[in-house]
Design a binder for this molecule. Structure first.
Ligand code: SF4
Length: 168
């Protein structure tokens, strides 16, 4: 399997887990179109950039041009260049971190780990089951391994900004 295919398998697994949590806690999630505070200008792995570019190239030329223009005028710590009118212009191809936004993540802080999620979500929920928590370190390790495999076939930098990914 190529690096890009491995990445797609990982995306499908993450989507499945996120969908299960979203269904179970539907009444306690504030995530919705237009709620876009998470959509900052990120750096992404090369394999994620390749998947984004594939999706970009499948759009009609005028939409491709619109996205490339947004990428050109984006700033390093500003909004994501794909965010337009509160929506993601390449939603189906968005990177892994975007798929987990707002949901419970196990995050390492020094020697400790804690469960982090959007403060708008899970109001009134007393406890979150382990099955709904994504181990961010493990996920990133898997993604880094898939990226390393991808880079063997397509050498380049390990990570690039979203704007670079959309401009190449
Ligand atoms: S790729 Fe889409 S979902 Fe991810 S930060 Fe950008 S606009 Fe938001």
């Amino acid at each position: 399997m190529s690096g890009l295919e491995n990445y797609r398998v990982l995306v499908a697994r993450v989507d499945e887990m996120c969908a299960t949590t979203a269904t179970k806690f539907a009444a306690h999630l504030a995530c919705r179109p237009g709620c876009d505070a998470c959509c900052r200008h990120l750096t992404i792995f090369a394999v994620e950039a390749a998947a984004l570019r594939r999706a970009l190239e499948e759009l009609p030329p005028s939409q491709q041009e619109q996205i490339r223009e947004l990428a050109k005028v984006s700033t390093a710590h500003g909004r994501c260049p794909l965010l337009h009118d509160g929506l993601c212009l390449l939603y189906e191809a968005r990177p892994i971190i975007c798929r987990t936004h707002g949901l419970p993540l196990l995050v390492k802080r020094g020697d400790d780990s804690e469960i982090d999620f959007c403060p708008e979500n899970f109001a009134g929920v007393e406890s979150i089951p382990g099955s709904a928590v994504i181990d961010l370190e493990r996920l990133n390790a898997l993604l880094a391994a898939i990226n390393a495999l991808y880079l063997k076939g397509c050498p380049g930098p390990e990570r690039i900004t979203m704007a670079q990914a959309l401009s190449e």
